[in-house]
Design a protein around this ligand. Structure first.
Ligand code: LLP
Length: 421
């Protein structure tokens, strides 16, 4: 459920007409609903009710500080994967002891930033990384709390580019080597081993792969405890999928996911952490764009929008499906027609949808890409010297620009010309 609904024929974000935001900020833009963000966070928090837990929002999904602050005020921790994300989370007021640091290639500088500013734990991805964390911690005279990310060799049954839990993926250490790696970690004085981490992929639409992985984590917990490690926290990663196409079978609900976690891991008495990103932010955001031209091709009509692949890359990168709806609700019974919906960037990959049925549209009409809140704005670029598009946050009947559209001068003046030119 989200808070983007038609009222009297016009699409609203909560109590604000989308057309009003478009008039104020211009198109294209991203718009997020506070109520939807909070609702999705709450679904996870409630799903783990009765267990000691922390929902650490995977801020890579949508990292604007206004979004982080909204979630942090509701009690969320953060999962960060770079020094930049760590600093952004801190800037949004998230305390270090609610920030988990994941990611396969943490540099010594990033580790130092996090150890200095405070960190809940590092999710360690390899033995060389473990040694660097140990060395930095010793240099700073602190002890770094860590989990080790294990790779359970489970097929997440999702798009190959976002599956992470198979042995051929670059993530984590092979679960079969866990005893050895944990013994190594325990021998390093700058580290305190507190738990186990696992994350098998993103946009999972079934519980089964999670359950397979979590069962392996349960077994491993008992084994490592028997080997003398004080395993007290399990970080289960993110990955629960969202319905992109309204016609699709819906993925499992957070409450079902939570029940499965309690069933597979509840007996261990560990604190549970989860790192959802997409399910919190995905359906809490739209990308709104304007039709610039309707072009008749040989055998098809093209809707040419002012938004492009640089603004929302998911269709080009993952063949991802996004619902695209007219901001002005089509009159009942209006006949739909197929369009190829494209952006103005100079490559054929800049195609959002092929032969998508839409109501008849004309230049100037607004369309909204649904489910664009996660991995939308954060993956955008300035390709074709197109400005990063603004982000807007709605709260009831209020809205605020939470990232301005840069001017062309700001963009162009970032280049510096060497003196020999
Ligand atoms: N934790 C870790 C360690 C991760 O690598 C990820 C996502 C998450 C949590 C959050 O997963 P989520 O709950 O959002 O599925 N750009 C791609 C998705 C990449 C996901 C990367 N890792 C897309 O647009 O589909």
């Amino acid at each position: 459920m989200d808070h983007f609904l038609y009222r009297d024929g016009a699409l609203y974000a909560e109590d604000v007409p989308i057309s009003e935001i478009a008039a104020a900020v211009g198109t294209p833009f991203y718009v997020y609903s506070t109520a939807t963000l909070l609702r999705h966070f709450q679904l996870f928090d409630d799903a783990l009710d009765g267990t000691d837990h922390l929902v650490c929002y995977a801020m890579k999904a949508a990292s604007n500080q206004a979004i982080l602050k909204t979630l942090a005020q509701a009690g969320a921790g953060m999962d960060v994967v770079s020094g930049g994300e760590y600093m952004r989370a801190k800037a949004a007021g998230v305390p270090g002891d609610k920030i988990v640091f994941s990611g396969v290639g943490k540099t010594a500088d990033e580790i130092c930033t996090a150890l200095t500013g405070g960190i809940r734990q590092f999710n360690v991805e390899s033995e060389p990384e473990m040694e660097v964390i140990n060395a930095v911690a010793l240099e700073l005279g602190v002890v770094a709390p860590i989990t080790v990310r294990v790779n359970p060799d489970v097929d997440a049954k999702t798009h190959a580019k976002i599956a992470t839990g198979k042995s051929e993926n670059k993530f984590g250490i092979p679960i079969a080597r866990a005893s050895e790696v944990y013994a190594h970690a325990a021998s390093l004085p700058g580290l305190e081993v507190i738990g186990i981490d696992v994350h098998i992929g993103s946009q999972l639409t079934e519980l089964e792969p999670f359950e397979l992985a979590y069962n392996k984590v349960a077994e491993l917990t008992e084994r490592l405890r028997a080997e003398g490690h004080n395993i007290r926290r399990l970080d289960l990663g993110g990955g629960l999928g969202i319905p992109y196409a309204r016609s699709n079978d819906a993925p499992p609900l957070p409450v079902e996911y939570g029940a499965m976690i309690k069933k597979t891991l509840g007996h261990l008495g560990c604190e549970i952490e989860i790192e959802p990103g997409r399910l919190i932010a995905g359906n809490a955001g739209l990308m709104v764009s304007k039709v610039i031209y309707v072009k008749s091709g040989e055998d098809r009509d093209f809707l040419i929008l002012d938004g492009a692949m640089n603004d929302l890359i998911r269709p080009a990168m993952y063949e991802a499906y996004h619902d695209i709806i007219a901001v002005q609700e089509p009159a009942p019974g209006v006949e739909q027609q197929p369009y190829d919906i494209v952006g103005p960037v100079c490559e054929s990959g800049d195609t959002f949808a092929k032969q998508r049925n839409m109501p008849p549209l004309v230049p100037g009409d607004l369309v909204a890409f649904r489910s664009a809140g996660a991995y939308g704005a954060v993956m955008s670029s300035e390709y074709n010297t197109r400005p990063l598009i603004p982000e807007v946050l709605v709260h009831g009947d209020q809205f605020a620009v939470i990232r301005e559209r840069p001017t062309f001068d700001e963009m162009i003046n970032r280049d510096t010309i060497p003196e020999w030119l």
